[in-house]
Design a protein around this ligand. Structure first.
Ligand SMILES: N=c1c2ncn([C@@H]3O[C@H](COP(=O)(O)OP(=O)(O)OP(=O)(O)O)[C@@H](O)[C@H]3O)c2ncn1[C@@H]1O[C@H](COP(=O)(O)O)[C@@H](O)[C@H]1O
Length: 105
């Protein structure tokens, strides 16, 4: 797995239980799941708008914001990037149609 995803996941774990005023992530945890999900929605919209504008730097910036907030959501739910990467690895090599067929079972 990407080193930075692993390192970031570890920091996100460390922020659990921290004073909400002590950091951005601790503050998000303190606000609860709905606040985290709201950020994901906002960052997804900003990513879409960046892609429509076609500015490569902005697309990367907004996608990083989206990934980051998704990682916060995973951590809040007791999950991490490992599980998502494992799922992508499981799908790798399957065609889209095979993956779709698997979902129906
Ligand atoms: N990668 C990030 C990261 N990406 C984005 N952000 C924050 O996510 C927010 C993005 O939201 P917006 O673009 O809407 O900006 P904003 O208006 O300032 O957002 P709000 O504060 O109003 O929600 C900003 O506050 C960014 O600073 C991040 N905050 C933290 N990290 C990582 O998380 C680690 C832990 O962060 P702390 O808990 O703050 O120490 C840090 O060491 C970083 O590695």
């Amino acid at each position: 797995m990407s080193d930075i995803l692993q390192q970031l996941a570890e920091v996100l774990e460390q922020r659990k239980g921290a004073d909400p005023d002590s950091s951005y992530v601790a503050g998000l945890y303190g606000k609860g799941l709905d606040a985290i999900l709201k950020k994901i929605g906002e960052e997804a919209t900003e990513t879409v708008m960046a892609a429509k504008d076609g500015d490569p730097q902005q697309i990367v910036y907004e996608t990083a914001d989206l990934w980051f907030h998704t990682l916060v959501m995973l951590a809040q739910q007791g999950l991490g990037p490992d599980q998502v990467l494992d799922e992508l690895a499981r799908r790798f090599g399957l065609s889209g149609l095979e993956e779709k067929a698997n979902r129906k079972q």
